[in-house]
Design a protein. Sequence first.
Lengths: 239, 82
Amino acid sequence: MAKAKFGVVVFPGSNCDHDAYHAVKHVLGSQAEFLWHKEGDLQDVDVVILPGGFSYGDYLRCGAISRFSPIMKEVVRHAERGGHVIGICNGFQILTESGLLPGALLRNRSLKFVCRQVHLRVENSSTAFTSQYASGQVIAIPVAHGEGNFYTDQDTLSEIEDNGQVAFRYVEADGAVTDASNPNGSLNNIAGIVNKQGNVLGMMPHPERVVEQLLGSADGLGVFESLLHAITGKQPILS
Amino acid sequence: MFKAIITVKLRPSILDPEGKAIEHALQSLDFKTLSGVRIGKLVEMQVDAADRAAAEAVVIEACRQLLANQVMEDYTYELHEA
C-alpha cells in the first residue's frame, strides 16, 4: 500500500516537532522522519511540516533567520515542484518570511501571548489540507502564540479572499465571525491560508495538539487525514 | 570602514500597539505634549567598504534581505565614517 511520508523539520528552538511527529507517525500511521535544519536533503518525503516553536529564539523577527537555514532551500524547491508543505504557528511565520505565503504575522493586538482553545471555521474544504472537513464546519483547536496577527496590504487581502485561499477563520462556537473570537487581531479573522497553487498551508492554531479523543479532542486530525488522502488517494480509515 | 546605524519600524499604516501602550503610559505621567509614539529596532554594524556608495549599497541589501520585512516594516539608516 502506498504510504505517505512526512518530514518534520527541526530548527534550534522548535518545540512542537515531537507533537507533529507523533500525530503523523503514531496516530495517522504514516512514515515520518525528523529533518535537521542543517540538512540539504528532504529524504524523499511527500509532506514537509514546519513545526511550532521559537526557532532561533524569534531573534530579529519570528521565522526571519530560520528561513535561511540550509533545508529551507530544499523546502522551497519542494513547494515549487508542487510538493505539500504545512507550517504551523512558527512554521507559518517561517513560510511568510520565506515568501512561500503572502502577508506577515505581527505582534498580537493585545501584546499578550495567547494560549487557549479557539474555534475555527473551515472556509475551503477543497484544499489538500482540509478535504476531510466540510466547508463551514466549526472545529476547536488551541492557539499558543505572541505574533499571530495576520497582516497584508489590502490588494493582497482581496486576492487571498477572492481566490479562496483562506483555509480557516477564527469564529465563535456557532460559526459567527466576530471581533471577540479573533484572538490576535488578524485581518478578516484569518487563522490559516494556502498559497495560490494550494500546496502550501500556514496556520497559527495547532492541529497536531488535538489528534486523539483520549486526550480531549481529535478536531485537528482532519488536517493530517486530508494530506494522507491527497498523497495516497485513499480515504483514511481512522476516527 | 563605516559604521551603520539602521532603524527598523512598522510601516506608518500599521497600528503599533506597543507604541500606543507606551504613549498612554507617558500621558499618565503627565507628558501631555508627547504623542505619535512608535517602537522600532536599532541595529548597529561595521561596514568594511571602499567608499560611502559601496557601504550604502551593502547596507540596503542587508535591510532588504534580512533586517526588515517590507510587508510590515520600513527601514532607515545613517552611515558614519569610523
